[in-house]
Write a protein that binds this ligand. Structure first.
Ligand code: GDP
Length: 341
């Protein structure tokens, strides 16, 4: 005999699985975290039916989306990303904000590994009721990992989270994707280690709206202050960003929680200025369009894989191209013609 609590739980689970979209969307927009988790699971699913159910929920949620500030956070492993998110997230919840943390892990496609896989890395935030932490989706998500993250952002917003942090490992693969889904991009660095040592490419520095020099505590504080000046000078040499705002450099200690207010002030000042200039909205519109294009490319790729006839023809064309029997251009034209039939 099931207890009443277990029966309700089972009912909710079944309702969700049956794709009771309206109910799920209603619960989600009322701030129900279990509904949010469930929806993100559907978004990340490799099952077509679940994916369709997720799309129906997202569509219902769309009027409630867009009101957060979306913040991208990157940096090499060990720089202190999760410690920073724990500290900054806690600071924000104390200010009354609701904070969602999502992760994108470029390595998950290869190793099935996952950053944020271990939620205990953020001990306080993971039990904070004003926070929601979600590890990176596995590589099997229909529509791709980045699309799943993009959709998860929308769901978090609909559930009332007003600051969304998206974490990624700064190894040069996923930053552009993250950049294309956030309003504000933050790069965490360490003082005293050369850029090469930190594995950060110039292109990533150029994307940053804010460089944070972490671990500015104890004996490190002095070098951090020095590094701050150095980075500020270096960033001045880069071309002016599309936002027309000069990127900032800040120091902080994530373990001690210092300078979190400075980070927040930079973020809010950036949001205010870019909303005034129109850049904020413009960027979001461009991101939505780019997401559409990415989805189209994904569907074409899927079709090529799933349709046996097409897959066989593609294989044939691959061989022809490698043996110089045809040009890539012509082979592609033939494949697309088949695709559109
Ligand atoms: P991630 O791989 O970028 O997520 O890095 P972690 O947040 O896991 O941090 C890596 C290590 O650096 C851990 O041992 C942290 O305790 C330490 N750490 C992180 N932030 C700071 C900081 O501000 N000051 C000091 N002294 N150590 C820190």
């Amino acid at each position: 005999m099931l207890s009443k609590k277990a029966a309700i739980k089972r009912f909710k689970k079944r309702a969700a699985l049956k794709g009771d979209d309206a109910q799920l969307a209603e619960r989600l927009t009322a701030g129900d975290i279990s509904a949010l988790s469930k929806c993100i699971t559907l978004v990340e699913s490799s099952n077509k039916k679940n994916k369709e159910a997720a799309q129906a929920v997202i569509k219902k949620c769309l009027p409630h989306t867009g009101k957060s500030i979306r913040l991208g956070i990157t940096g090499v492993p060990g720089v202190g990303k999760s410690t920073f998110i724990e500290s900054f997230g806690t600071y924000l919840t104390q200010k009354g904000h609701r904070v969602a943390v999502l992760a994108v892990d470029p390595s998950s496609t290869l190793s099935k590994g996952s950053i944020l896989g271990d939620k205990t890395r953020m001990n306080n935030l993971s039990v904070n009721e004003k926070a929601f932490i979600r590890p990176s989706p596995s590589s099997g998500a229909l529509g791709g990992v980045t699309n799943a993250t993009r959709e998860s952002i929308l769901l978090c917003e609909a559930a009332g989270f007003d600051v969304i942090m998206i974490e990624t490992v700064g190894v040069g693969q996923s930053e552009t994707e993250i950049y294309n889904m956030v309003d504000f991009f933050t790069l965490l660095m360490l003082a005293g280690a050369g850029d090469e040592l930190q594995g950060i490419k110039r292109g990533i520095m150029e994307m940053a709206d804010l460089v944070i020099i972490n671990k500015a505590d104890g004996e490190n504080l002095k070098t951090a202050k020095y590094a701050r000046r150095e980075y500020q000078n270096a960033l001045h040499l880069f071309p002016l960003k599309a936002s027309q705002l000069q990127p900032k450099v800040q120091i902080c200690s994530s373990t001690e929680g210092t300078n979190m207010n400075a980070v927040w002030n930079t973020l809010t000042s950036f949001a205010t200025k870019t909303k005034e200039s129109g850049y904020f909205d413009e960027k979001r519109k461009k991101q939505a369009v780019s997401s559409l294009h990415q989805s189209i490319r994904y569907f074409i790729d899927q079709n090529l894989k799933e349709n046996d006839e097409l897959a066989a023809e593609l294989k044939k064309k691959e061989i022809e191209v490698t043996h110089c029997k045809t040009t890539a251009y012509q082979a592609a034209q033939a494949i697309v013609k088949m695709l559109l039939k």
